[in-house]
Design a protein around this ligand. Structure first.
Ligand SMILES: Cc1cc2nc3c(=O)[nH]c(=O)nc-3n(C[C@H](O)[C@H](O)[C@H](O)COP(=O)(O)OP(=O)(O)OC[C@H]3O[C@@H](n4cnc5c(N)ncnc54)[C@H](O)[C@@H]3O)c2cc1C
Ligand code: SF4
Ligand code: SF4
Length: 1006
């Protein structure tokens, strides 16, 4: 770095410091300028990475005004931000970021009669729609990211989605807004008839610009006529009325004109009935050529699920199941065509018209299937939404890269446009992927690029220019929903022409004369290859996770010890060297890189991922935040020593290893495993804490304390002194009683069973008894034996062993590996005999099917054992398919409220548990969409985690349990879940084995 640049950087730093100090005095919300926070906000879902100066998390609109005004005083740029799911790079900048998502997400007023709603910008779109549901209304545009993206982000991107044919763009529904201008002054849009004060400059400036007839001519001629468009500034929208609504100009302005603080949106009725036709095609050009004719039948949406998405979906069990239920055979691609209507007949009529049109036009469809039930439609949309994530989950360096994916052309040209892009990219040797909104002429085309190869990166601008040229020729738009950002703003001058581009510049100057709001976006952009996201050094083709520790730990330790200063400096600053040049290269790197920033882990109301974000709503405690922090340390954005720093440990701390991300993140980022890998490295530098050893080796301790010693141990555990000691020495929460130990562990009960049956010809299984069942809750194991025996299944053996789950969660991988080896040794003979191995604790049993492959990568017996391993519920479900179990049950009707264990949900789903619990006649099972119970093994017992653990439970599970009628059976297979339910609600939850045993007819009970 030259001396002048260095000097400027130092001045900037001083300015930021002074600003931060001043801002803290004026803002009630949080202001963070630490390196980690800046790293966490330096990425979005795009290719780009830019370090912000600081992040403010305002509590009130007054905070926003104060922060913007102060930033203006100090000459600092400002970037308002929602969920950071933008794909073009407009949600990152060297600026003060204002994060609206944490506190400014209120739904201020709903007016169902006039069909409008007034909201703060941070409200998540799906949450808004949930509040509108009782009024049978909704916000129309529906981006695929609606479960975490905010209204502010949608308006600023002028987003839309699958139903754009019906609802158009977000701007079509924006009626009014309150904004803060770059100098901190407020403005209501549309303005009052006679605006006063400083803001009159903006209002009259834009009005004059629009009134000029030459300008009107430029706008008319330069603006693409295609309706699906969000690039540039919406000047054309101001020309349709004598009283232009300036709010329309802020729509799609990507945070560059004003900071929105309140938005009024028009609403549309929720469709009464919908149905889908899945039109199967044997090739893509035929499918695309059929779209214009399909549109004649007035569908609500026509979406493409392309070949690659279908293939990838078939590889993911959950999606493969969804697909199988709605797709016939193996089509090359599908067009999903939605019809809406006031009743089912209207929907059926629409589909019939489509089928007739396809037949009449000989449009080449091989087949049409229908998805008419809500479940079937959810399955189809689930696959469609998963498409992008699955594409992004492609392993290796070659990834589908978003930069031309947002172009839209009139549908008549779509097939030709796509063929031309494909041919151009083929010439360059670059394959492409496709998905999405075929009916609206916006096919998301993503070339597959290896960003580690400079030559391939150099192709990006050429491909972008070529695509823009085609789109221009067809009268389409280069940005049709994701915005311009860094990926497309650089093309704006050539795409819109110098005259219209100059008007864009004038708009920017009128609103933001000092260029303070999200600078470099839409106008005055840098090259598209600038500020690309830092990548870790090229990783080896490592297929293992834990097996590579020895190889890489020494290297990491060396780096850590060389510079383990945890300093606040960053290599992104001047003269910073890149410690990543010596960073580890392994499966760990690849696994971290799987996170593409799409932000599904920021969902708040559905699913389980990510419990810590759901409670804290803090980016740092999302899966994305953790992956970003790790990537930064691997790629040199953070010093490499941070890979083992206490600050990184704090980022990992609230990850409860629930594995929800492994199942729910479309890229299957497995943070639980990454955390274990991190802990190994961390302990190597800082030592293993006593508490980790205590919980990791709980099985051994429980063995020593149970049986004859149980009365004494329990007395100590429950005594005041014992609890105080546990709190002081181990840092356990005094509010949490530790589970009591059994006087007669399961192993002892099993040992004194008089007649273990000999190996029979019929059904026989081996039980795997985990330490909790053995030492704390033998009644669960006994119930399982009694149930299985009663229905004619011989339990020929019961292995009471530590499965290593607790060791893995605590990052004690050496001990976990040894334990895994012992378990595999012990189980292999049974597995070789073909015996099924049935486990009661989902997390323990599923460890055999998941982690053991990584713990013992070279042991072929793992696959054999894993292939025979079943959870109790899976086994009963399978058994019920072979045997009629009905005669064994009594006929007393009961309601069952089922809470699934996180690992169970992540790895096998709760379907088997639901089906198993529904076996007794008259049993109705309702599942709580409970997320994580919050106990998560030892997490909830730890003093500093107690409160957050309870908050996790209180989100959905505990209220649902409390609300369950007396007499409802609460079912939970996980021991921690049952403990959390007992402590948090006072209700007793039972293991499914106990429930099924209790449902047996009296004459079958032993
Ligand atoms: C997997 C995936 C699928 C997607 N699918 C779609 C899709 O189908 N359709 C679609 O349109 N988009 C889609 N997107 C892009 C993106 O999710 C949406 O455009 C979304 O609306 C952005 O919302 P956000 O809250 O994440 O905004 P952010 O990304 O945080 O911000 C977006 C822009 O809004 C500005 N902004 C945010 N708040 C304010 C404010 N208060 N005042 C002024 N400016 C503000 C920011 O400065 C930024 O320029 C997708 C993204 C992903 C990752
Ligand atoms: S962790 Fe998964 S869901 Fe979250 S941002 Fe990364 S890829 Fe998306
Ligand atoms: S394992 Fe659970 S807590 Fe950890 S990042 Fe994944 S979803 Fe979040």
């Amino acid at each position: 770095m030259g001396a002048r640049l260095l000097l400027r950087w130092m001045v900037d730093q001083a300015k930021v410091k002074a600003f931060v100090a001043d801002c803290r005095r004026h803002v009630a919300g949080e202001l963070r300028d630490d390196l980690y926070t800046r790293v966490l906000y330096s990425t979005d879902a795009s290719l780009y990475q830019v370090m912000p100066h600081a992040v403010v998390i305002p509590r009130t609109i007054e905070d926003v005004i104060a922060a913007v005004a102060l930033a203006a005083e100090y000459g600092l740029p400002v970037l308002p931000r929602g969920a950071g799911t933008s794909l073009a790079g407009q949600a990152v900048n060297e600026a003060l970021i204002i994060d609206f998502t944490r506190h400014l997400d209120a739904i201020v007023e709903i007016n169902p009669d006039e069909r409008w709603v007034r909201v703060q910008p941070g409200v998540v779109v799906d949450d808004l729609n949930a509040s509108l549901r009782p009024h049978s209304l909704q916000f129309g545009p529906d981006p695929a990211s609606s479960d975490r993206s905010t209204v502010g982000g949608m308006v600023a991107n002028n987003a839309t989605g699958s139903h754009s044919l019906l609802y158009g763009m977000t701007a079509d529904h924006v009626q009014a807004m309150e904004v803060v201008l770059a100098d901190g002054s407020r403005l209501a849009l549309p303005p009052s008839a006679n605006p006063t004060g400083g803001n009159i400059r903006v209002v009259t400036g834009i009005k004059e610009l629009i009134a000029d007839s030459a300008n009107r001519q430029i706008i008319r001629e330069g603006t693409p006529h295609y309706w699906r468009r969000c690039g540039g500034y919406n000047l054309d929208r101001l020309m349709t009325s004598d009283t232009p609504n300036l709010a329309q100009l802020v729509c799609g302005s990507e945070g560059t004109l004003a900071v929105m603080t309140e938005i009024t949106l028009g609403l549309v009725p929720r469709p009464a009935h919908t149905g889908l036709a899945l039109v199967h095609f044997d090739d893509l050009p035929t499918a695309l050529a059929a779209v214009p004719a399909m549109l004649e039948t007035q569908p609500a949406a026509v979406e493409l699920i392309d070949h690659l998405s279908l293939t990838l979906c078939r590889d993911v069990l959950a999606y493969a199941r969804l697909l199988a239920s709605v797709v016939d055979g193996h089509p090359y691609c599908l067009l999903v065509v939605e019809f809406q209507g006031d009743d089912e007949a209207a929907v059926a009529d629409g589909i019939q018209q489509l089928e007739e049109r396809l037949r009449r036009g000989r449009l080449g469809a091989s087949h049409v299937t229908r998805a008419l039930t809500p479940e079937a439609q959810r399955a189809v949309w689930g696959v469609r939404k998963a498409g992008l994530g699955l594409l992004m989950s492609m392993k290796g360096d070659v990834k589908p890269v978003p930069f031309i994916e947002d172009a839209a052309v009139p549908v008549a040209h779509l097939s030709t446009y796509v063929s031309q892009i494909e041919a151009y990219c083929a010439e360059l040797g670059t394959p492409v992927t496709y998905y999405a909104h075929a009916g609206a002429g916006c096919l998301h085309i993503r070339p597959l690029i290896n960003r580690r190869r400079a030559a391939e990166v150099a192709r990006l601008p050429d491909i972008a220019r070529f695509a823009a040229g085609l789109v221009h020729g067809y009268g389409g738009a280069i940005s049709s929903e994701h915005g311009d950002g860094r990926a497309r703003s650089w093309l704006n001058e050539s795409f819109y022409g110098p005259q219209l581009y100059d008007l864009f510049r004038q708009v920017k100057r009128i609103f933001d004369p000092q260029n303070r709001l999200n600078p470099g976006i839409i106008v005055e952009a840098a090259s598209m290859t600038e500020a690309m996201r830092a990548l870790p050094e090229a990783p080896d083709e490592s297929r293992v996770w834990f097996g590579d520790y020895e190889r890489i730990d020494g290297q990491i330790l060396r780096i850590a010890k060389q510079g383990n200063t945890h300093s606040q400096s960053t290599t992104a600053g001047p003269g910073g060297s890149n410690p990543a040049s010596s960073a580890p290269a392994s499966g760990f790197v690849r696994a971290v890189e799987m996170c593409n920033g799409a932000g599904v882990c920021r969902r708040l109301t559905t699913g389980t991922m990510c419990p810590s974000f759901m409670v804290t709503r803090d980016e740092e405690h999302s899966t994305r935040g953790r992956a970003n922090a790790l990537r930064a340390a691997l790629s040199g954005v953070l010093p490499a020593a941070e890979l083992t720093s206490p600050r990184m440990a704090a980022t990992m701390d609230l990850c409860i290893s629930c594995k929800a991300c492994k199942a729910e993140c479309p890229s299957a980022v497995d943070m639980a495993r990454l955390k274990s890998a991190f802990l190994v490295r961390y302990y190597a530098v800082h030592g293993v804490p006593l508490r980790a050893r205590f919980f990791g080796h709980a099985a051994t301790l429980n063995r020593l304390g149970s049986g004859r010693m149980a009365p004494a141990t329990n007395a100590v555990l429950r005594s005041r002194l014992g609890r105080r000691l546990a709190a002081r020495v181990l840092g356990l929460a005094p509010e949490r009683p530790l589970p009591l130990l059994a006087r007669e562990p399961f192993a002892a009960w099993w040992g004194r069973r008089s007649s273990a049956p000999a190996l029979p010809d019929g059904e026989a299984v081996m039980l795997l008894i985990d330490p909790f069942t053995n030492y704390n809750h033998p009644e669960v194991g006994i119930a399982a034996v009694e149930f299985l025996t009663a229905v004619g299944v011989a339990v020929v053996a019961a292995l009471c062993a530590d499965d290593g789950r607790a060791l893995i969660s605590k990052g004690l991988m050496g001990a976990a590996r040894r334990t895994a080896a012992q378990v595999v040794d012990a189980l292999t003979p049974a597995a070789e005999q073909g015996l099924l191995i049935v486990g009661l604790e989902p997390s323990g049993l599923l460890t055999l099917r998941d982690e053991y492959f990584h713990l013992l990568p070279d042991d072929p017996r793992v696959a054999l054992v894993a292939g025979q391993a079943r959870t109790f519920e899976e086994y009963v479900d399978e058994l019920a398919a072979r045997l009629d179990l009905l005669p064994y049950f009594n006929a007393v009707p009961r309601r069952v409220l089922l809470h699934g264990h996180c690992h169970q949900k992540a790895l096998v789903g709760t379907g088997p548990a639901r089906r198993a619990l529904s076996l007794p006649p008259g049993y109705t099972v309702e599942e709580v969409d409970s997320g994580c119970c919050g106990m998560a093994g030892s997490f909830g017992y730890e003093a500093e985690h107690y409160a957050i653990s309870m908050q996790m439970g209180e989100r959905r599970l505990l209220p649902a349990v409390r609300a369950a009628a007396t007499g409802t059976i609460i079912a939970a297979a996980g021991v921690s879940c049952r403990e959390q339910i007992a402590q948090g609600s006072g209700r007793t939850a039972l293991h499914p084995a106990q429930i099924l045993r209790d449902a047996l007819r009296q004459d079958f009970r032993g």
